[in-house]
Design a protein around this ligand. Structure first.
Ligand code: EPZ
Length: 421
């Protein structure tokens, strides 16, 4: 298996080009099932999760035409079957995003239950309840969700008792072809959800309240969508991760192809710690701090501080003067990176879903293991400021959501190489 070898303490300079957002690309790709004559998606990130979903769509019978590594055309005129098997779904929980569009357009589907993952149980009960409210008959047996809607889906009043990003996205896609109006209360408002709404809207689905937590979708009563082109928005989590690269080395770093509006909570937190943040159109620069102060953060749904940036800020907290407090409110087990950071010398104590990080602590290189996508990037952050060499193993987690991370880091001066065990 591949591992990364990193020598800490390098100086960096220059800029990083941010890729398209994985968490926007996945629902956009799934929505291709709603189109009768093709969907073209560009600025796709070249990451494993995107390839996994495209393979799943191809397995269902979609025609796939890659134009280059970042853009393709998907044709879902007709499918050969509507079953997403365990061996694909287990690789990527977001496969659940085909449930809504398959039901809405093809009126049946079988999707393997995703099972938990490193960061928590992550059930899909809210997705299932919503589909049932829209008229789907759903049974769960042998690890599969078997769903059918012989008369098509009908609009419904859906209130999510927990904010769910992919749950909101599934209902949006189902509601787009349903008969009548669907109201979604307590909807997720992440930029990735907004872009899906915009694609549906430009494809003929009337949606009110885009960007708010109350959405009203006027369904097309089974009439499939017409061909569209969409370019994936920049990845705010990849961008936030590289902001932390500049922060942890206390050096100016410029990011290109970002949308600074999607990063406000992250920029605000970095400024609170002591860094500068400058934005100009689709560029953003982080500027060095005279002193890094310890901080408190609580993760919450957008536009609050993103849970997907929690691990990266924990690595940064090891270099901040004082005791930082980090509370993870979305997932019950998103502190897997703590023990690995401790192997590098970090002083962190955990009490339930609250971590206390004592800084500033000099870190020393060691062998560490990636446990999930964002934890992997936290280990890279720690490694680039640690003394000596760090080897990061199980980096298949990283490849799921970061495009060419070692190339992008090497380009700005980090000593990093990908080796084989
Ligand atoms: C999306 O996951 C993202 N993935 C995650 O990013 C992100 O961490 C998460 O939203 C929160 O922002 C994609 O968009 C592909 P949720 P999702 O449904 O939709 C509970 C990354 O690093 N819940 O918003 O799966 C759930 O257990 C990934 O790129 C239910 O209880 O997350 C969690 O505690 C990791 N029942 C909370 O809601 C359900 O039916 C939020 O989950 C659904 C969710």
């Amino acid at each position: 298996m591949d591992y990364l070898k990193i020598l800490g303490g390098q100086n960096i300079q220059g800029s990083v080009l941010i890729s398209g957002a994985k968490n926007a690309a996945l629902p956009l790709l799934a929505s291709s099932l709603l189109f009768e004559d093709g969907l073209e998606v560009s600025n796709l990130p070249d990451v494993v999760d995107v390839k996994t979903l495209v393979r799943l769509l191809e397995y269902l019978g979609c025609g796939i035409l890659w134009k280059d590594a970042h853009s393709l055309r998907i044709d879902a005129k007709k499918l050969v079957h509507t079953k997403a098997t365990y061996d694909i779904v287990r690789k990527m929980r977001a496969s659940i995003l085909i449930l809504g569009p398959l039901l809405a357009r093809f009126r049946k589907c079988e999707v393997s239950l995703p099972g938990g993952c490193a960061i928590g149980a992550r059930p899909v009960d809210l997705h299932i309840k919503a589909m049932e409210k829209m008229g789907a008959e759903i049974t769960i047996e042998n690890g599969y969700i078997t769903a059918k809607a012989p008369n098509g889906l009908r609009g419904a009043h859906i209130t999510f008792d927990k904010i769910t990003v992919t749950g909101t996205e599934n209902v949006l896609m189902a509601a787009g072809l349903a008969k009548g109006k669907t109201q979604i209360i307590n909807a997720a408002k992440e930029p990735e959800v907004v872009q899906l709404c915009e694609l549906l809207q430009q494809s003929g689905v009337e949606i009110e309240g885009i960007g708010t937590d109350t959405l009203v979708v006027h369904g097309r009563d089974g009439e499939a969508l017409k061909s569209q082109k969409i370019s994936v928005i920049p990845d705010r989590i990849e961008a936030g991760t590289y902001m932390c690269v500049g922060a942890i080395l206390n050096t100016k770093l410029t990011l290109k192809n970002v949308d600074p509006r999607h990063l406000e909570s992250v920029s605000d937190k970095l400024e609170e710690i002591g860094f500068g943040v400058e934005t100009l159109d689709n560029e953003l620069s982080i500027l060095p701090a005279k002193k890094y102060n310890a901080f408190e953060l609580v993760t919450s749904e957008y536009p609050g501080f993103p849970t997907d940036m929690q691990a990266q800020f924990m690595a940064l907290a090891t270099q901040c003067e004082g005791t930082s407090i980090i509370e993870e409110r979305l997932f019950e087990n998103r502190f897997m990176h703590v023990s690995e950071l401790q192997r590098l010398g970090a002083h962190i104590s955990l009490k339930g879903n609250i971590a206390q990080v004592y800084g500033q602590t000099p870190l020393n290189g060691a062998d560490v293991m990636a446990t999930d996508l964002r934890a992997s990037s936290a280990l890279i952050l720690a490694a680039i400021v640690a003394k000596g060499y760090t080897q990061i193993h199980r980096i298949y987690h990283l490849d799921r959501g970061y495009e060419k991370i070692e190339e992008k880091l090497r380009k700005i001066g980090i000593k990093i190489e990908r080796l084989k065990d």
